[in-house]
Design a protein around this ligand. Structure first.
Ligand code: HSE
Length: 428
């Protein structure tokens, strides 16, 4: 029987979940893996704080040095969150040869170079399955199972809070602000929801996923990001009628040497597998040259699902005789051709508020045509007597900068764009 001494950095909801899962699985892990996991020290901010798990007080310390530099501890589990001081602590531990298991997406996304360099220098293991989509095993899938593929598309619902809000808007027809307030009252959205609703959380996760999928470093700053705050209930309803469902997608695409990475509200055909991901669930859909289309689905947050991923990484690490770092270009700052801002192609949903007069549709269609944007469908509802009417146009695949140029060329007295949504997943 082998024994490993481990330390925790942080002990909030996830740390307590890991403690409980380790207790729950203790006998099974000993039988299955011939392994005893001994939690030796736990770094916390406040030793006296009431916790969700019954953790002996003598394990708790506020002294980071007592955990990170304890020579008996060989593996550190990190659940502090945030970039600092977590990143400095993790690098210090890795350089001294301690293996790290982290649930911290921000530290991994922002500290990528430092973490991998420190792991290499210390010959230590760096594992972060829990940092992206909690229970969904997407990190090891990309690093290992799919490494024989060339992945060209990855589209994920990687934030449960926004998926819950958009699912509610879709089901009930209610406005964003009303649904957000209800989600906050129910404890399903944070009192300060910015990290989720503005897409930061998804962008950190996409930086990590796309770096692994494309074997090239895609920094967080390269991710184009738009949140769900501007989503209008009217567009959700129009799109639903047209056979589309609105999701906040984290999208990474590769065409030849060109890569684009973006987080924004996106319409997917209602028959696409991502459209059936409701509530707080997460899913990652991807396409590989050998695998074809596939989707991983599950719980992307919560203390138990995250703890399961942490303990899985811990057991994986304990089985290794030598930790390896995957063979991708993690030191390169940018992939060769990172498509910037609006240079990508997709189909578009455009909602105009237009004068109810002859020639208006022609004006819009002409401006689009002049900028190489081809129309797939047009919807105008019968609205007798109104001076202005909504017109919805779906386009074929077009370059975003062409669409924006066409919209900029419209006569605002005739037609103004009031809703613009990208459409993905039509070919799947
Ligand atoms: N706040 C995230 C979500 C979970 O709503 O999915 C942690 O990344």
């Amino acid at each position: 029987m082998k024994t490993i001494n481990i330390g925790f950095l942080g002990c909030g909801g996830i740390g307590c979940g890991v403690w409980q899962l380790l207790r729950q699985m203790e006998a099974e892990i000993a039988r299955r893996e011939s392994l005893i996991i001994h939690v030796k020290r736990i770094l916390v901010r406040d030793v006296g704080k009431k916790r969700e798990a019954d953790i002996p007080r003598e394990l708790l310390t506020t002294d980071a040095h007592a955990v990170i530099d304890d020579p008996d501890i060989s593996v550190l589990l990190e659940f502090m969150g945030g970039e600092q001081p977590a990143l400095d602590y993790l690098c210090r531990a890795l350089e001294s040869g301690k293996t790290v298991v982290t649930a911290n997406k921000m530290a991994v996304a922002l500290g990528w170079h430092r973490l991998f360099a420190a792991a290499g220098a210390g010959g230590a293991g760096l594992y972060f399955e829990a940092a992206v989509c909690a229970a969904i095993p997407i990190i090891r899938t990309l690093m290992s199972s799919l490494s024989g593929n060339r992945v060209d598309t990855l589209m994920g619902i990687v934030n449960g809070t926004t998926n819950y809000i958009l699912s509610q808007m879709d089901e009930s027809g209610r406005a964003y602000k009303e649904v957000l307030a209800e989600a906050q009252a129910l404890g399903l959205a944070e009192p300060d929801p910015a990290s989720d609703v503005d897409g930061h959380d998804a962008a950190y996760k996409l930086s990590v996923l796309s770096s692994l999928a494309f074997h090239a470093r895609v920094p967080y700053e390269a991710v184009h990001r738009e949140g769900i705050g501007q989503v209008a209930a009217l567009d959700v309803a129009f799109a639903k009628d047209l056979g589309y469902t609105l999701k906040l997608l984290a999208i990474a695409k590769r065409e030849g040497a060109d890569v684009d990475v973006r987080v924004h509200p996106t319409l997917v055909p209602s028959k696409h597998p991502l459209a059936s991901v409701h509530g707080a669930f997460n899913a990652v859909f991807l396409h590989g040259n050998a695998s074809g289309d596939m989707m991983l689905y599950g719980r992307g947050a919560g203390s138990a699902p995250t703890a399961g991923a942490v303990v899985g990484d811990l057991l994986f690490a304990a089985r290794q005789t030598r930790h390896s770092i995957p063979g991708f270009e993690h030191r390169a700052d940018l992939p060769p051709n990172l498509r910037l801002e609006d240079n990508w192609r997709c189909a578009f949903y455009l909602r105009f508020e237009a004068l109810n007069q002859p020639g208006v549709l022609g004006h819009i269609a002409t401006r689009l045509g002049e900028h190489r944007v081809s129309i797939e469908a047009v919807v105008q509802r019968h609205t007798e007597g109104n001076e202005r009417v909504p017109i919805v146009i779906l386009t074929h695949q077009a370059r975003e900068k062409d669409v924006k140029a066409a919209l900029g060329a419209l006569d605002p007295a005739v037609a103004q764009v009031k809703g613009l949504l990208r459409i993905e997943g039509q070919g799947s």
